[in-house]
Write a protein that binds this ligand. Structure first.
Ligand code: F1P
Length: 354
């Protein structure tokens, strides 16, 4: 039965308060997590997940490597299962971080089993449900229990699990996690100040195609924004590393395209140049960045002084809202995307674990 997207909207708008709860609960377990990391001292870290949680893994791996210096990569869970020799290099020294909202996705559970069978050193989980299978088969779990969702599409669960990955990376690097505390406040301001813009961009049904450009930490977020646009609003959407857009995809840029830039502080000048070129090709452009920009038709600046690793979670809620309002404008129910279930359950026996 249609719920007219009410769950999705509530879940998107609740992110500031949910983030606060999730950070508080991480803080109360921080010392134990740091001790476990120090005992483990892995040579590398592998992040796995499916769909949204694969994209979350991409940002988590980039953050983790950048802050800790420990080589970190991200793969879909199915790649560990089906192509282990292409993914695992030194499992006995590797920490596998399995990310899953539900903690029951078959490919992720089976990737953990495969990793164990290959002699994997340890498995940590990032998830929302302490009682579900993933936690039972992991050595340690970081929980975003406050971020449970009724909607099929992940919104606050994604951003909350991302905050846990950030808090983990900072903790094991000896970096204060207190800078994350300002995120709920900044997000609340963005949602208040730019709410009308997200509604009006969502209502632009003349735009047929959406492109999300992000590099570094923002690449996984750009992918997740692309997925939200597809799931909720059944819109053709693609994500690219920023400068990759010139290498072919920009042939699709015209008056029917919205190009969304998730600008970084580090490479802002290069990224603005790409967006300026898309303006000259006739595309509509929307830029999100840490301060402000003048290269786009529409822009949101977070206008706060924080280190680059703190920002990624802030880019997503505005893009979730645009996908939500587009779905509503098209008469769709974003709580129940077409053809999708909250969890993909497959026959575990189909994946032979040697
Ligand atoms: C992963 C996931 C979701 C997606 C879909 C099916 O679930 O791929 O990202 O929206 O509805 O499942 P999980 O392992 O994170 O629970």
């Amino acid at each position: 039965m249609s719920s007219n997207g009410q769950h999705t909207l509530t879940e998107i708008m609740s992110q500031p308060s949910i983030w606060k709860d999730v950070l508080q609960s991480f803080g109360s377990n921080q010392t134990g997590i740091l001790n476990s990391w120090n005992q483990l001292s892995p040579s590398d870290v592998l992040f796995v997940g499916c769909g949204s949680t694969h994209y979350l893994s991409q940002t988590a791996a980039a953050l983790f490597q950048s802050l800790t210096g420990v080589p970190s990569r991200a793969f879909p869970s199915s790649e560990v299962l089906l192509f282990p020799s292409q993914v695992l290099s030194n499992p006995r020294e590797t920490l596998l971080v399995a990310i899953s909202r539900s903690g029951t996705t078959t490919e992720t559970l089976q990737a953990v089993n495969k990793f164990r069978a290959e002699g994997g050193r340890a498995v940590w989980a990032i998830t929302c449900y302490p009682d579900h299978d993933l936690v039972q088969i992991s050595d340690l779990a970081l929980l975003a229990e406050a971020a449970h969702e009724k909607s099929v599409a992940q919104t606050r669960s994604f951003s909350s699990m991302l905050l846990l990955a950030k808090a983990l990376a900072a903790t094991v690097s000896g970096i204060e996690i207190s800078s994350l505390d300002s995120l709920p406040i900044v997000l609340r301001q963005v949602l208040e100040n730019a709410g009308d813009l997200f509604v009006s961009l969502g209502q632009r049904l003349d735009l047929q195609r959406m492109f999300f450009l992000g590099s570094g930490f923002q690449y996984g977020i750009a992918n997740e924004a692309m997925l939200k646009m597809k799931e909720m609003s059944l819109t053709n959407s693609e994500a690219f590393h920023f400068l990759e857009f010139r290498h072919g995809p920009m042939s699709m840029a015209n008056e029917e395209a919205l190009v969304v830039g998730l600008l970084s502080e580090e490479a802002q000048a290069h990224e603005e140049q790409v967006l300026a070129e898309m303006v000259s090709l006739g595309a509509e452009t929307f830029g999100l960045n840490t301060r402000s920009n003048s290269c786009c038709h529409y822009q949101v600046g977070f206008n706060v002084n924080l280190p680059p690793w703190v920002f990624p979670a802030l880019y997503l809620p505005p893009l979730q809202l645009i996908a939500y309002y587009r779905a509503i404008s098209k008469g769709l129910d974003p709580d129940n995307p077409r053809n999708l279930e909250a969890v993909v359950s497959l026959d575990p026996a189909a994946f032979a674990i040697a």
